[in-house]
Design a binder for this molecule. Structure first.
Ligand code: SAM
Length: 326
């Protein structure tokens, strides 16, 4: 007998937009106005026909929603952006940055200085508004236009601007329509940039529901890899950046561990790969050919985590290192 493989199901996550509400107020609205039941954990009993929210065990501001196919986009809380439909994996880069950066600044006696962040490839802006919310919660001092969000695509930059406004992040995020590789790292307006999030175009092969390239040739992977390496190398030229988070929604080693290994080797005098998100036990691919950077990085996979396939890594500056200005 032939069996048809079950399509892979991924879970539906809601990120509470802490720029607009608190977790408690969000939960009150979801229970009283939308009839959700709050479960303590995923294993608790759930009845068919009812809607449930379960707090994520890793990232404080996200909740998984049951059933996964319950209509969500017309919910008032989603329409008014008090919560944002965002896959857990896509919430990891901002989570990693704000796990890493405050510690680094403290260790390096940089506390008290202004902190700016770049989101280098920002549209449509899910990670940008997440960064803005994390920024607003941080004790980093003035937050006015402290997140510089770049994108080179004319149509997508418009979506980014709209999303930033809808999320209530206008005062924190400066949207700039520009190719990140053409941004001058020595421009005074970027002198406080301490962290860069790089989530560049990739094959999208980890995406389950929509988009993503289904078949990718080796030639295409090589081109993507070279483009991704160029952008990280550029991020490393910002003189005061301490932390760079690089992520993709690709499943390919070429765009993930190979990129990280090559960049780390080329810039070994300036940056090292930091073990990010240590409590996440599913790590990057470990191989001698990528200098064993994999275990320092994080992967997610639909089969194991019910998220899109995703990759996150983090570079930190070797304290005090600086390349000569060219
Ligand atoms: N970070 C986004 C989010 O979470 O919503 C998704 C980013 S998407 C994977 C990649 C984006 O990078 C695209 O919008 C693309 O236009 C942009 N991009 C590609 N090359 C770029 C470059 N050199 N400078 C700025 N943006 C670039």
């Amino acid at each position: 007998p032939t069996t048809t493989a079950e399509p892979i199901q991924i879970e539906r996550f809601l990120r509470v937009n802490l720029l607009k509400t608190s977790i408690q107020d969000f939960l009150n609205t979801m229970t009283t106005e939308h009839n959700f039941i709050i479960n303590k954990n995923k294993k608790e009993q759930r009845e068919a026909g009812s809607k449930y929210l379960v707090k994520d065990e890793h990232i404080n501001e996200i909740f998984v929603m049951y059933p996964h196919d319950a209509p969500v986009h017309n919910m008032p809380s989603v329409i008014n952006s008090t919560c944002i439909v965002q896959d857990k994996a896509s919430c990891m880069p901002a989570h990693v940055m704000f796990q890493t950066l405050p510690k680094l600044l403290q260790e390096r006696n940089l506390n008290g200085n202004p902190v700016h962040i770049i989101d280098a490839c920002a549209a449509p802006g899910n990670k940008t508004t997440h960064l803005a919310a994390k920024m607003s919660e941080s004790d980093f001092g003035t937050k006015d236009l402290a997140v510089h969000a770049f994108d080179r695509d004319e149509k997508r930059i418009k979506i980014l601007s709209d999303r930033v406004s809808e999320a209530g992040a206008d005062s924190i995020v400066k949207v700039v329509h520009k190719d990140f590789s053409a941004v001058d790292p020595y421009d005074v307006q970027y002198k406080h940039v301490r962290a860069i999030l790089l989530d560049p175009s990739c094959s999208g092969t980890g995406i389950v529901r929509q988009g993503g390239e289904k078949t990718v040739t080796q030639d295409r992977l090589n081109k993507l890899k070279n483009f991704q390496i160029t952008l990280i190398n550029h991020a490393m030229t910002f003189p005061n950046v301490e932390c760079i988070v690089y992520s993709t929604c690709s499943i390919h080693e070429e765009e993930n561990e190979q990129v990280v290994a090559e960049v780390a080797e080329k810039n070994s005098d300036l940056f090292r790969v930091e073990k990010c998100f240590p409590e996440w036990d599913y790590r990057g691919i470990d191989s001698a050919s990528t200098n064993h950077v994999g275990p320092l990085c994080v992967r997610t996979t639909p089969e194991k985590h019910a998220t899109n396939g995703f990759f996150v890594s983090c570079f930190v500056r070797i304290p005090g290192s600086q390349r000569e200005r060219v």
